[in-house]
Design a protein around this ligand. Sequence first.
Ligand code: URA
Length: 447
Amino acid sequence: MRAYDLIKKKRDNKELTREDIEFLITGFLTNKIPDYQISSFLMAVYFNGMSVNETSALTEHMLNSGRKLDLSDISLPKIDKHSTGGVGDKISLILAPLVASSGITIPMIAGRGLGHTGGTIDKLESIPELRTNLSVENFIKILKNIGFSIISQTDDIAPADKKLYGLRDVTATVESIPLIAASIMSKKLAEGINGLVLDVKCGSGAFMKNIHDAKKLARTMVDVGNSAGVKTAAIITDMSQPLGNTVGNGLEIKECITALKGTMSEDIKENILILGSWMLYLADCVREKKSLLMPSSDRMEKYSEKLLRLIEDGSALKKFSEFIKAQNGDPSVIENPELIASAVKTREIKPGIMGYITKMDAEKVGTASMLLGAGRKKQGEPIDYSAGILLLKKIGDFIDKNEPAAVFYYNNDDKILLKEAADLFLSGIEINDLKPEKKSIIIEVIL
Ligand code: URA
């Protein structure tokens, strides 16, 4: 077999076999196939796509390039949730303690933020002393004791993905649906889970800007997950405006604590209840050894009620406190959120127009927050945990001429950067006389 022939096969839009894909991945990892040939292969995939069989084989070989967690001595259902990423998306940090408090194990290996999107690990690290770089052994111990743990990607999980992503990043081949699907799923399947709920974000703040691509990505990941024996469902949700009222690491953690205490914005509540109900449903399917079918709305309603009870009776908040302590953090942040880093400077951002907010571009808000220091332009850059944006208004809200739409939190006094962030934020806002219709953030469920 020669790499040249396989590149040509993909270039000519012919289907690769499992053996072909194994040859390419193994050759790449062992440096027998040079980067320029793999780059060329990636570009051929970018243009011609991959079949479900090809994507499954790519996922499997990327998964097998590293360690797969063995959680077989945890008898509870092991269900994870993954979001394809967005702006203000703090859902995992509310959902994991909430669902774990219902008796489900959640082994979550999460990522960092890049560009306008945030990452769960960065948000968590804004809690004083909290550690996310735990050994796998410690991760499993916490899972057994508490029911959930969140750690950052380890070097021995799907190393082929790390190497391949590095190459995609410099060859303009990141935005390929089969490559994104295989990258995400190889890491999720390494967690040793029985079920997975995918939150596929769609809109300006997401990877997938339109519903057509979001559906395609959701379908691909669901097929790859189910064919690997993990019960997988995807919910496509709206990311055209930021989720919740905060963007930025420390600010978002404070919002999570408030949510776990029972007060949350409508969009966060809707997101939590749909994803949480699906996690409970998948867990029941695992326990009852049943295959996945679309559940009745009555059944989903009961799961939602159960989740709301676990928030009301304090179980979810208690679980979050136990988790912070187990991962070396200071659980007193729950009672004293001011212990989480707070920026010294604030500025109100006023559009100066009266009317109803009809648009708040998520990507622009995310990029403005990054400019304030809350995010990174390039992988590995340091970030300011205390910087970010508090949104006082969202789509559908009325704003007066002198009212602010948001408050910027920052430490860096660079006036040019601050103006750039404010101009960008304001350029993403539209205000009109007519109140827009209220829309659900749930777009579609893919099974
Ligand atoms: N997230 C990943 O883990 N991989 C991708 O390719 C894109 C988003």
